[in-house]
Ligand binder design. Structure first.
Ligand SMILES: C[S@@+](CC[C@H](N)C(=O)[O-])C[C@H]1O[C@@H](n2cnc3c(N)ncnc32)[C@H](O)[C@@H]1O
Length: 327
């Protein structure tokens, strides 16, 4: 339901949908659906500049397996509007204190990040312009950001260079990363993999790359907002529209109002079942709420709606440290 998400929306423009469709067509015609490696693996090219800092590059495209169609679709979608997100990314990179989601809820309320991340290996799944990665780096973590959009990564790399922040950026899908098992202590996604990847795939992948005891924190749309989202892509209503049970894929590519990409969400029972099956224990759950009097933004959820019902959710889960013997 949130097709596009930034902490500031100044760059949102009306002509976006047509531009995205145009670029998507061009990209598809070059068969770049096969451009992003399912696994970047040892053949990934990740160049270093003169200072030794990593730069994100696009992997070769000859021997790539086909991406799932939703990943190709979302990649084209995000490449098509990456320019519209530059200013918002620049603003977020400048922020001293993190704020989260469409309502810019402060870190002091949500506690998304460990206060001290020194010595931690952290990964941002669907990093976009990588401002969350920057915030984690400033807390002392060694950070890797992965994103399927090379144009978003280009902005991330430029901003990392301008701010003198050392982040490893990789081009690839968060559903199938190149990282070894147990590579990270902490994984996060704010409207990245959290909504653009199939939860049954990316949650299992996040579990694989976290060490036992490692934590995954992610923020995305609340299922209630999806249930109230009109079929035509219009603004969220005070009416139950869609079924709650068996919620999974929300395809906005063909809707008449503000077409977007392919999103995913589950109902609460399904999230819990997934975490349990994969091996995560839920430690915390939050429902960020806009401040009183918060203005509307270009998202389909009116601020007044989000004051009354939750439009966003935060899951904080931990990978089981030992084998679960519960029958
Ligand atoms: C809204 S941005 C998230 C970054 C940032 N927190 C923000 O809110 O701007 C969404 C990002 O998810 C990325 N994305 C979508 N599907 C992905 C996938 N399968 N793997 C990795 N990144 C993906 C997009 O390319 C885009 O850069």
């Amino acid at each position: 339901m949130v097709r596009v998400t930034v902490t500031a929306w100044a760059q949102y423009r009306v002509g976006r949908a047509e531009r995205v469709r145009r670029i998507a067509r061009r990209l598809r015609s070059r068969r770049v659906a096969a451009l992003v490696r399912r696994r970047v693996g040892p053949t990934a090219r990740r160049a270093d500049d003169a200072s030794g800092r990593h730069r994100a590059t696009i992997s070769g495209m000859d021997d790539l397996p086909e991406l799932p169609s939703h990943v190709s679709e979302n990649r084209a979608f995000w490449n098509g509007m990456a320019d519209d997100w530059i200013a918002a990314g620049e603003g977020s990179w400048r922020q001293e204190e993190p704020t989260w989601g469409t309502w810019a809820v402060p870190e002091s309320e949500l506690a998304m990040l460990p206060v001290d991340m020194r010595g931690m290996r952290a990964v941002e799944l669907g990093c976009g312009t990588a401002y969350v990665s920057a915030w984690m780096t400033r807390r002392g973590a060694e950070v890797t950001g992965i994103d399927v959009s090379e144009r978003q990564l280009a902005t991330a790399q430029r901003l990392a260079d301008e701010h003198g922040v050392d982040i490893t950026l990789l081009h690839g899908s968060a559903e199938a990363t190149p990282f070894a098992d147990a590579s990270f202590d902490f994984a996060i996604s704010e409207y990245g993999a959290a909504i653009w990847c199939d939860p049954h795939v990316w949650i299992a992948e996040a579990h694989r790359i976290l060490r036992p005891g490692g934590r995954l924190v992610f923020l995305g749309n609340h299922p209630l907002a999806h249930v109230c989202a009109p079929w035509d892509g219009g603004r969220v209503a005070e009416t139950l529209v869609r079924p709650y049970f068996e919620m999974h894929t929300l395809d906005w590519t063909e809707v008449p109002i503000d077409p977007g990409g392919v999103e995913f969400c589950l109902g609460h029972g399904d999230w819990y079942a997934l975490f349990r099956r994969v091996g995560f224990v839920v430690e915390d759950y939050r429902e960020p709420r806009p401040a009183e009097g918060a203005p509307d933004n270009p998202f389909p959820v009116p601020a007044a709606w989000a004051r009354r019902w939750p439009s966003e959710q935060v899951w904080k889960v931990r990978k089981r440290a030992a084998v679960d013997v519960t029958p």
